[in-house]
Design a protein around this ligand. Structure first.
Ligand code: KG4
Ligand code: ZN
Length: 337
């Protein structure tokens, strides 16, 4: 039973997790939300500096929580991309050095593959399945036919779904990152009170678009400053969720993939969970603590790669941080990292 430590420093949270046999023994996340909130968004240099100053302590906390020591580890995984390059370098460099020092394998992990691994871990689910990833940085639909045969069916042409949540939350004065706060406010509002255009309604493919919707909210607020924030939040949330569900339903129908996995920070949204169910898409969602960025998901992805013996690459220590790293090319199946 390999014991794997995983590190994610792709954006603004320092995540370290420990897993064994698909079970999460520790998942420590040091959030930088307060640091970036006053800027209204993530400041990359600040994020890198913060990762650098806290990572060692977060690793120790994760080991303590798991009740293990460094010497017990069998492998170390770290996110190599996509993400902010300075932030990635902190976790990747630390992970490589730790593995090398302990004389154990190092596994460079794709951030989106880690999100998927977190979503399927509890369900013990293997491909084939359709996967919707909706996070702050990405919104895309993948046909995961096998772990090494992933095809991208569609993606957002502009803002990611989580990014739209954050931007509209900002318009409503909810602070940063606003997704969870907006979702909570939406629960108290009338979701038909504000009429907003459904994005890409007349499009046939599997792409998404959310920046026009954000602009529509801004215009509605400008025209009628008396709108109740909870009604705006509920109407916006319904429109985003309807769009995600509609495109996913179409992709499920056309691809013939019956099982659906939803991953990424927006997978924590309860309305999205309910709406998928209502259209008969029985999806596997990650537990909320594993939905947003964390280290356990990296450890889970690394563990799977080790089991497949795919990680025993001599060049793993040479993997560079990759700020732009597609999970799969559009239209043609390709390797998953
Ligand atoms: O996957 P993640 O932690 O980071 C990225 O890799 O981007 O996703 C974070 C995103 C943020 O935009 C956040 O506002 C959104 O997920 N989010 C939510 C909820 N919880 C987190 N959006 C809607 N409803 C939620 N409950
Ligand atoms: Zn993420």
């Amino acid at each position: 039973m390999p014991l794997v430590l995983g590190i994610d420093t792709s954006c603004d949270d320092t995540g370290v997790g420990v897993v064994a046999d698909g079970r999460v023994l520790a998942n420590e996340v040091e959030s930088q939300t307060a640091l970036h909130a006053r800027f209204g968004g993530v400041v990359p240099e600040q994020a890198s500096r913060e990762h650098l100053s806290v990572l060692d302590a977060v690793v120790e906390r994760a080991l303590d929580r798991a009740g293990v020591s460094l010497r017990d580890l069998d492998a170390v995984g770290a996110t190599r991309g996509p993400g902010l390059v300075g932030a990635l370098l902190v976790g990747l460099g630390y992970g490589k050095a730790l593995a090398w020092g302990l004389g154990i394998p190092f596994v460079p992990v794709h951030h989106l593959e880690a999100h998927i691994a977190a979503a399927v871990a509890g369900a013990g689910q293997d491909p084939p399945f359709l996967c919707l990833i909706a996070s702050g940085g990405h919104t895309a639909l993948f046909a995961v036919r096998a772990w090494d045969a992933i095809e991208r069916l569609g993606r957002s042409r502009d803002d990611a779904a989580g990014e739209a949540f954050d931007k509209v939350a900002r318009l409503l004065g909810l602070g940063y990152p606003g997704g969870p706060a907006l979702a909570e406010l939406a629960g108290q509002g009338d979701d038909h009170a504000v009429s907003l255009p459904r994005p890409m309604q007349r499009q046939e493919g599997f792409d998404f678009s959310f920046s026009g919707l954000k602009t529509a909210v801004a215009i509605a607020l400008e025209r009628d400053p008396g709108l109740r924030p909870e009604d705006v939040a509920a109407s916006f949330e319904r429109t985003v969720v309807d769009s995600l569900v509609e495109v996913t339903r179409r992709a499920a129908e056309r691809s013939g993939l019956e099982r659906l996995v939803v991953a990424g920070g927006v997978a924590a949204n309860t309305r999205l969970r309910r709406a998928m169910d209502e259209v008969g898409l029985h999806a596997t969602f990650p537990p909320p603590a594993l939905a947003t960025d964390n280290g356990a998901m990296v450890a889970l992805a690394a563990e799977r790669r080790i089991e497949e013996a795919a990680s025993h690459q001599d060049d793993a220590l040479e993997a560079d941080a990759a700020p732009y790293l597609p999970l799969a090319a559009s239209g043609e199946p390709s390797a998953s990292a």
